[in-house]
Design a protein around this ligand. Sequence first.
Ligand code: URP
Ligand code: ZN
Ligand code: ZN
Length: 461
Amino acid sequence: MHTIVFKDALIMDGNGGFPADLGIDSERIAAIGTGLSGKTEIPLGGAWVLPGALDVHTHMSLPFAAAISCDDFFTGTRAGAFGGVTTIIDFTAQKGDEGLRAGFQRRMGEAADRAAVDFSFHGCIGRLSSEVVADLPWAREAGLTSLKVFTAYRSAGLMMEDGALLETLKLCRDNEILTTVHAENGPIIDSLCEKLGARGTVGMDDFPASRPTFTEVEAVRRLAFLAREARAAVYIVHLSAGESADFIGSARAQGMPILAETCPQYLFLDESRLSPPDGHFFACCPPIRGKSQWKGLEKGLSDGHVQVVGTDHCPFTRAAKNTWGGDFRKIPMGLPGIETMPLLLLHGAREKRWPLDRAIRAFSANPARIFGLYPRKGCLKPGSDADLFVYDPMGETEISATGLHMATDYSPYEGIRLRGKILMTVSRGEIIVNHGEWKGRPGRGLFLKRAPFDPGLLKGF
Ligand code: URP
Ligand code: ZN
Ligand code: ZN
């Protein structure tokens, strides 16, 4: 007799679907089979059970321009739970030359009593100081087994030069830590921004010209070559361009050690949304692109060369976005997305844009494997954490900010009608969302110590 049994489910774990009951004891999946009985039995009548989604790219309470992203670790993870997300990986921040521990302790202070689902951090740095180098073995032992660096954002003190990038890749390799990179050519972007500024052309019509597609493609190509030289893996975050994905496909076919993530905004929104008067609500870096870029991203997702979909959840209210004063250089950049990601991806699959199993794995098994959480997270197997969501394939969801739970007051996907509806979300055996009702609480999420990065994974997608 299990504690909870979901009866008559379709188990959809990213490797085909099969009908079964799923039993939970305490915090773990206890059994998947037929005829299971439980103290609480929940009949699903064929609704799908999917692994809880991992959103491995979130920015809760991130200072950007004159604003701070408006979800904290509670509101953001609660919103994620409404959308099927049961794990997040956010970022630490570095002050000056400090090492990784201080930033980790600060972020733990913000997250530990607030997170409603399990969480971890990527160590995030702008400078490869001697303090950071000294902390890498500690980071490995503490389970902070990914590091985030940038090839842009010089004015924020985040941009890393190529020499330091190469060194970072090698040091991370030696410490079994995965290097993740925001890949845009910062110097070219800075010079384009300066030219546009000098002409006074800094409205939203000008924004795409400040960060053209080639600035991402060039940085992605450079990182792939640096990673090959360093014999280290590199993971590119928030890939916006089909051309980048095409390159990664051919680079991986030649054995280059590169992994990639894209986000729903690059698969469902196009640059027509950037036009005035509301374009600044859609501004993020890299920018959303023309529709012609979708094909390469769809292909990357379909053939496994783009392994992960994260959200880059970095929400601002309309009031915060409105502080830009007509100058795109002053916009707090980023979009809300944690609550809508699994539904959008499943919808895209059901519209035949990419295979359903690939979509499921892109938010479950793949990020769990890459970031050292598999099989505790990212799958439906006896012994794994009972993290899952129940999805009614016959239902429908119309996205509207008023029905969402993120702390912002708009959604870039407003009015989009999606196939399917999320009925329940379970985190470590606890039903935290039940038919639209919140049952969780702040601080119930646990910090997840992650396993070292396994380079053997590079070939496995
Ligand atoms: O515009 C974005 N993406 N804001 C969040 C910070 C980042 O670059 O990921
Ligand atoms: Zn970024
Ligand atoms: Zn980001």
